[in-house]
Ligand binder design. Structure first.
Ligand code: G6P
Length: 472
C-alpha cells in the first residue's frame, strides 16, 4: 500500500517557545480529526508549516527530528515568506477574491512571485521525504501550484487537491492576472475536490473559458491523464460533539451558563475574526432587533466569540476596531446594571466551554457573506442533543446546501436577520425538534471521517484509472 502524504500550509500542531526551547502539542482541528485513522497507519506523513518563524538552524534540526515520531515534516517559512506568501498573496489576494471581496484584493506581482517561490519551497521539502509512488493530498488556497509541481517531478504520482474555501464564479476569478497559472497548478492533480457543487461548476467554467479545456460530467481529459472534479462536503467529528455533554467539565460550564443567563435566551455568534463572516452586520441586525422589539430587552443576550486571526493583515486589524466600537455602542445603548446586551470574548475558548455554549444557546446566529463550508453550524447541530435550538444560517455558507432545515437569511439583509431572530425566538418546541433531528441525521451520517475516506478512495480510483490508461 502506498503512503499517504498530506500537505497543508499549517501542520496540525500548536508550537510555543518556552524556556528558550520550542515545544509543540498536536492540535485536533477538523482535518486532523478526519485523517486521524489514515495518518496513524503505515509511514504516512503530514508536511506543513509549524505556524511561526524558527530562525535558528539548530532549532529547525531539533524540531524536524522530534516531529519524525509524530509522522510530520516541517516546512520552515522565513519572516519574509510569512509576510509575502502567507499574509500577502494567500490572505491579501486569494482569500478576499475567492470570498467576493474584490475591493480588498491586492494584485501585487511581487507577492505573486513570492507565492510561486514558497509553493516551490513546499515542493522541495516534499521531495526530500517523498517517493514517486506515494499518494499526495494537497490542501487549500495557499498551495494551489503544488499539484503541478509534484506532477513535474513524479509524473505518475497520485495527487489530490481539496479547496477548503469557495471557488468563485468565472467573473471574479478572471480578474486575477495569474489565473492561468493557478488553474494549471491545480490541474496537476488527478482529483480536485470542493465543498459544494456550485464551486465545482465555477471551477469547470473557469477551466473551459480560460484554458479552453472542456469536461464531460466533471471529468477533464488532459494529455494522457484524466482529472476528476467533484464535490465532497466536509463534515465534523459528530460523536465528539454529540457526546460532549457527558463530559464533567462541560456539565459544570453548562450549569454556570444556565445560572448566569437564567432569565435570558442565548443567541450565540462564534467566528474567527474575518470580514467574510459578516460579524459587524450581525451586530447591526441585533441592534435593529432590540430596537424593533424592545419587549425582548433583558430577555435575550448575544454572546459573541471572536477568535483572533491574521492579526498582521490590515483589513483584519480594521475589522477588530470596528467590532470593538460596535459592541461598545450597542452595549452603551441598551445595557442596564442588571443586564448586558452583548457578552464579548475576543479569544479562542477551550473545547468544554465551547460545547457548553453550543448546548446552552437557544439560537446560533451564523451570517457569513461567503463561507466555503462553515463547520460551526454543524458543530452546533451535533451538540444539541436535547434537539431544542434554532440555527439561523446564511444562504451564502457552503453548509446551507446540506442544513436545509435552518432558518435562512441573506447576510446583507439586516432587517431580514432581525426578523429571523424574532421567528427563531417564537418557534414552537416541536418544530425546533423536527428541524434539529433532520439536520442531525445528515451531519451524523456524513462525518469528517467519511469525508476523508471518500476522498482518499476516489484518489485510489483515479490512480488505477490513470495507470490503466497509460498501459493501454
Ligand atoms: C480557513 C482556511 C484554512 C486556514 C484557516 C485558519 O479555514 O481554509 O486553510 O488554515 O482558515 O486560518 P490561518 O490563516 O490561521 O491558517
Amino acid at each position: 500500500m502506498s503512503r499517504l502524504i498530506t500537505i497543508s500550509n499549517r501542520l496540525p500542531i500548536s508550537l510555543v517557545r518556552r524556556d528558550e526551547r520550542y515545544e509543540y502539542t498536536p492540535s485536533a482541528g477538523g482535518l486532523a480529526t478526519g485523517l486521524k485513522s489514515f495518518h496513524g497507519q503505515n509511514d504516512n506523513l503530514w508536511i506543513g508549516w509549524p505556524g511561526m518563524e524558527i530562525g535558528q538552524e539548530e532549532d529547525q534540526r531539533e524540531i524536524t527530528d522530534r516531529m519524525k515520531k509524530d509522522k510530520m515534516h516541517p516546512v520552515f517559512l522565513t519572516e519574509s515568506d510569512i509576510e509575502d506568501f502567507y499574509e500577502g498573496f494567500s490572505n491579501k489576494t486569494l482569500w478576499p477574491l475567492f470570498h467576493y471581496f474584490n475591493l480588498f484584493t491586492d494584485y501585487s506581482p511581487y507577492t505573486w512571485e513570492r507565492y510561486v517561490e514558497v509553493n516551490q519551497k513546499f515542493a522541495d521539502e516534499i521531495f526530500k521525504v517523498a517517493r514517486p509512488d506515494d499518494v499526495f493530498w494537497v490542501h487549500d488556497y495557499q498551495l494551489m501550484l503544488l499539484p503541478a509541481l509534484i506532477r513535474e517531478r513524479f509524473p505518475h504520482a497520485t495527487i489530490g487537491f481539496f479547496l477548503h474555501i469557495p471557488f468563485p464564479s468565472y467573473e471574479m476569478f478572471r480578474s486575477l492576472p495569474w489565473r492561468r497559472e493557478l488553474l494549471n497548478g491545480m490541474l496537476g492533480a488527478d482529483l480536485i475536490g470542493f465543498h459544494t457543487y456550485d464551486y465545482v461548476r465555477h471551477f469547470l467554467s473557469a477551466v473551459k473559458r480560460i484554458l479552453d479545456v472542456d469536461h464531460s460530467l466533471g471529468r477533464i481529459k488532459l494529455g494522457d491523464r484524466v482529472i476528476d472534479v467533484d464535490s465532497f462536503p466536509m463534515g465534523i467529528d459528530y460523536k465528539k460533539f454529540a457526546n460532549s455533554i457527558h463530559n464533567p467539565t462541560t456539565i459544570r460550564e453548562v450549569v454556570k451558563f444556565r445560572n448566569n443567563f437564567n432569565h435570558e435566551k442565548i443567541i450565540l455568534s462564534i467566528d474567527r475574526l474575518d470580514y467574510s463572516k459578516g460579524i459587524y452586520q450581525r451586530l447591526e441586525a441585533y441592534d435593529t432587533f432590540l430596537s424593533d422589539h424592545p419587549e425582548y430587552q433583558k430577555k435575550v443576550a448575544l454572546i459573541t466569540v471572536v477568535v483572533p486571526s491574521r492579526g498582521n493583515v490590515d483589513q483584519y486589524q480594521k475589522l477588530k476596531v470596528q467590532l470593538d466600537e460596535a459592541i461598545g455602542r450597542i452595549n452603551g445603548k441598551y445595557s442596564t446594571p442588571e443586564w448586558t446586551a452583548i457578552h464579548y470574548y475576543y479569544r479562542s475558548l477551550p473545547f468544554e466551554t465551547l460545547t457548553a455554549l453550543y448546548y446552552c444557546a437557544d439560537i446560533a446566529l451564523i451570517t457569513p457573506f461567503r463561507d466555503g463550508m462553515n463547520l460551526i453550524a454543524k458543530e452546533y447541530v451535533a451538540t444539541k442533543t436535547d434537539q431544542q435550538g434554532v440555527l439561523i444560517l446564511s444562504e451564502m455558507a457552503g453548509a446551507a446546501k446540506e442544513l436545509t432545515e435552518a432558518l435562512f437569511i441573506n447576510p446583507n439583509d439586516i432587517q431580514g436577520i432581525s426578523d429571523a431572530l424574532h421567528d427563531a425566538l417564537n418557534m414552537p418546541s416541536e418544530e425546533q425538534r423536527t428541524r434539529m433531528q433532520e439536520m442531525q441525521s445528515k451531519v451524523e451520517r456524513y462525518d469528517v471521517k467519511n469525508w476523508a475516506e471518500l476522498f482518499i478512495d476516489r484518489m485510489y480510483e483515479a490512480r488505477s484509472l490513470n495507470t490503466r490508461r497509460r498501459e493501454k
